[in-house]
Design a protein around this ligand. Structure first.
Ligand code: NAP
Length: 274
């Protein structure tokens, strides 16, 4: 990558950002397309978010991604919000066009595409999301519109109730469940909690309840113990790497206006995690 005076800069605001896989994925895409762009990680403390967003304008950045803990906090600093980001209530991608900052959210769309590319359809299916945080919100926005019914489970039940009420504003098919002791009814089960990130985490669900016909998804990037157990019970499994890929591909398109080289981005990610 050759950085010159004309190079357009994109990046990631997060805290922490040290673990991010996005720079390798996005820079591989820019290089492949011959674009004079680069993608950099920026460690932005929560108290510095307002200044960091203002710096997008001041430094003429083309746009950034946002990760934990900035996705909701950045909303008041946007000039515009697109329809999805506004409905989801979180921003993971900012574009800067002529100093107008627009908040977008590509997480939910990225998740749906990670299923679609595997031939998994949401229509007519009963889906369960475990967790009611930011990721659950983003994917719930899509699932509540496409699945036959969406169920939410969260250890903090009130948060699940709030999210169900929010998602039900446009579709009445979101329900909260209070126990995970029976999972037979679900066609797709999604872990949207961090359980599985740490070595000694408990499993989010008891695998004895899993059925071979079910699709089990984990938003965590690697093959978690949940996915390994589900696979050994004959379930189809999808890890979070493909959601990361597709949310990044949609962000690339927003910044550059060109079709993302998805397979180049996928290879870059797979090389990082193998
Ligand atoms: P978040 O906003 O902090 O929400 C976390 C959710 O998990 C909350 O519902 C929380 O429950 C629940 N939770 C946390 N610790 C738990 C525990 N020990 N036991 C049971 N439930 C627990 O986080 P997020 O942004 O939604 O992220 C969730 C996961 O998705 C993370 O692993 C993140 O890395 C992953 N993610 C992946 C992608 C991707 O591109 N693949 C994108 C975004 C996020 P309470 O409400 O009770 O606290």
């Amino acid at each position: 990558m050759n950085i010159t005076g004309t190079t357009r800069i994109t990046g990631l605001f997060g805290y922490p950002v040290e673990h991010t896989l996005s720079p390798v994925m996005q820079n591989a895409a820019f290089l492949h397309c011959g674009l004079d762009y680069c993608y950099l990680p920026f460690s932005v403390r929560p108290e510095s978010l307002r200044n960091a967003v203002e710096a997008i304008r001041a430094l003429s950045l083309s746009g950034v991604n946002l990760t934990v803990p900035h996705k909701e906090a950045a909303i008041p600093f946007m000039d515009r919000m697109d329809e999805e980001a506004s409905a989801i209530g979180a921003v993971n991608t900012i574009t800067n066009h002529n100093n107008v900052l627009t908040g977008h959210n590509t997480d939910g769309k990225g998740f749906v595409m990670s299923l679609t590319e595997q031939g998994i359809v949401l229509e007519g299916n009963e889906a369960l999301i475990i967790g009611a945080g930011g990721a659950s919100r983003a994917i719930g926005y899509y699932l509540s519109r496409t699945a036959k019914r969406l169920y939410l489970y969260n250890r903090n039940r009130e948060k699940a109730e709030d999210l169900a009420a929010h998602l039900s504003r446009d579709s009445g098919n979101v329900k909260v469940i209070t126990t995970l002791s029976s999972l037979e009814a679900f066609d797709i089960i999604i872990n949207a909690t961090p359980l599985g990130l740490k070595e000694h985490d408990p499993l989010p669900v008891d695998p004895v309840f899993l059925q071979p016909r079910q699709v089990i998804c984990d938003l965590i990037y690697h093959k978690t113990p949940l996915l390994i157990k589900a696979g050994s019970r004959g379930c189809r499994t999808i890890d979070g790497l493909s959601m990361l890929l597709w949310q990044g591909a949609y962000a690339f398109e927003l910044w550059t206006g060109i079709n993302p080289p998805v397979e180049v981005m996928r290879t870059a990610l797979l090389n990082l995690v193998k």
